[in-house]
Design a protein around this ligand. Structure first.
Ligand SMILES: [Zn+2]
Length: 96
């Protein structure tokens, strides 16, 4: 109770989750959303569930991007998906 996690809302599905269940994104100089890997950028953060459906959804849903006036690029989703792949392969080294 005394240890409440800060809660943020996913850009895509609008679900609220604690920060460690979300990717933190920030706006780069050129107006694109980029993944703030360290979570320490001194910028306004945007959040996205650590779920493939939300990562892919935000790219496909131009509505979200328009609403936010942010540019969601394939580069962003590619870097987030790479992270999944590394997590998944770390757990399944025996698999092809
Ligand atoms: Zn989500």
């Amino acid at each position: 109770m005394a240890n409440e996690q800060p809660v943020r809302m996913c850009l895509y599905c609008r679900k609220r989750s604690s920060k460690d269940e979300l990717f933190r994104l920030v706006r780069s100089e050129d107006g694109r959303l980029i993944w703030d890997r360290t979570g320490k950028e001194q910028k306004r953060g945007y959040y996205l569930c650590k779920q493939r459906s939300c990562v892919q959804g935000i790219l496909q849903s131009r509505k979200s991007a328009v609403r936010l006036k942010q540019e969601v690029t394939e580069q962003l989703t590619a870097s987030l998906e790479k992270r999944y792949d590394s997590e998944e392969s770390a757990g399944n080294l025996d698999e092809q």
